[in-house]
Design a protein around this ligand. Structure first.
Ligand SMILES: Cc1ncc(COP(=O)(O)O)c(C=O)c1O
Length: 397
């Protein structure tokens, strides 16, 4: 008799971005030259100084368990970074190193919510938020933020969404998928609503170093002195240092929360990879010129992408202030026939674009926003050029 899966198995769906990437990979396996703009990871190699630190760690025998919440050197370095660079006084004990920022978010949710609780998530949201909330037994309460409001949650919307069951607000700036960066004033107004209530905040700041045109990112927990007690700040090395495969993220949390997150990790996964932690230590404490160089490349690609989107018939996009995504409004094509297929929604748009133009994008519906397609510009300019050429032809129908 086949095994029966637990009820929990019905709560989550596989990540849509990874599913789109898998379909692109399948086509590539058949010899199709797919122009892949689906995945959210820098195409650059991990900088050499970071690679070297990993080799040194391996050769130096740093290949054993570390404390579950991360090795003291890295926790200290992250605490120092928040204290000195962000202006958030942080002790090493408040820092928990995990297997990527996604794992940090999972741990934070496990620490703070469960059945009967509500977690407020503005949409468009990063694909994993709602499913990670559901895994805890809590209910995601999705609040749509329309393009007309710059895809930003307003204080009025937040206030209206809060109920006695609300436990957390999840906020992500710079945002995946929209690239929107909340300016300080926007966040201060949200912070004031938070402080008038009982809710906490998970602030996902993983794209904090990737902003363009002088836009400044803001560490939410620093906005008001009382917020440090209410906020779990999440970030990591994946995007800034092109280290997606190394799996190192972190959370900075109030002590009681960080203690539980470390204990949880001790039972679930033990420590994150020791070698990756040494590499991450070099990333955050070593020279930062490779970060500046990668950011320059992203800025060039962003400019190119915006110029090409302007030339795409019937497609618009709010220029992203950060991250490396263009969230294109493609809804004017719904109802048209493209590549021999009637386009009805963002899924049919993206699947047809992949099948006919060999361009891989991710459907807006995966981010809780119908009418859009997300293009990642973490790809070289030559591929972007070919991709836009193919999209131009595709959109002519
Ligand atoms: C908004 C956001 N948060 C978290 C993550 C997860 O990062 P990590 O690879 O460190 O788990 C991603 C990765 O795509 C992301 O876009």
């Amino acid at each position: 008799m086949a095994l029966t899966l637990a009820e929990r198995s019905k709560l989550i769906a596989p990540s849509a971005t990874l599913a789109m990437a898998a379909e692109a990979k399948r086509l590539k396996g058949q010899g199709v030259a797919v122009l892949d703009f689906a995945l959210g990871e820098p195409d650059f190699p991990t900088p050499e100084n970071i690679q070297e630190a990993a080799f040194r760690a391996i050769r130096g025998g740093q290949t054993h368990y570390t404390p579950p919440a991360g090795m003291p050197e890295l926790r200290e370095a992250i605490a120092d970074l928040y204290t000195k660079q962000q202006g958030l006084p942080t002790q090493a004990a408040q820092v928990v190193i995990s297997n990527g920022a996604k794992h940090s978010i999972h741990n934070a949710l496990m620490a703070l919510c469960g059945p009967g609780d509500e977690v407020i998530i503005p949409s468009p949201y990063w694909v994993s938020y709602a499913d990670l909330v559901k895994l805890t037994g809590a209910t995601p309460v999705v609040i749509a933020t329309p393009e007309s409001s710059g895809f930003k949650l307003t204080p009025e919307q937040l206030e209206a969404a809060i109920t006695p069951r609300s436990r957390l607000l999840m906020i992500n700036s710079p945002s995946n998928p929209t690239g929107v960066v909340y300016v300080r004033g926007d966040l201060e107004r949200l912070a004031d609503v938070v402080l008038r209530t009982q809710i906490g905040v998970i602030s996902d700041e993983i794209y904090e170093q990737l902003t363009y045109g002088g836009v400044a990112p803001t560490c939410f927990a620093t906005l008001r002195p009382e917020l440090a007690e209410r906020t779990i700040t999440v970030s990591g090395v994946s995007k800034t240092y092109a280290m997606t495969g190394w799996r190192i993220g972190w959370a900075v949390a109030p002590l009681a929360v960080s203690k539980f997150m470390g204990d949880l990790q001790s039972q679930e996964t033990s420590n994150p990879c020791s070698v990756s932690q040494w590499a991450a230590l070099e990333a955050v404490t070593g020279p930062q010129d490779s970060v500046r160089a990668m950011k320059e490349q992203f800025a060039k690609r962003r400019a190119y992408v915006l110029e090409r989107i302007e030339r795409l018939p019937g497609v618009t996009c709010i220029p992203p202030g950060g991250a490396f995504y263009a969230f294109m409004n493609v809804s004017s094509h719904f109802g048209r026939t493209l590549g021999g297929q009637v386009i009805t929604d963002s899924t049919s748009f993206c699947l047809t674009a992949l099948a006919k133009a060999h361009v891989a994008l991710v459907m807006g519906s995966a981010f809780g926003a119908e009418g859009y397609a997300r293009l990642s510009f973490a790809t070289d300019l030559a591929t972007l050029e070919k991709g836009f050429d193919a999209l131009e032809v595709f959109l002519k129908g």
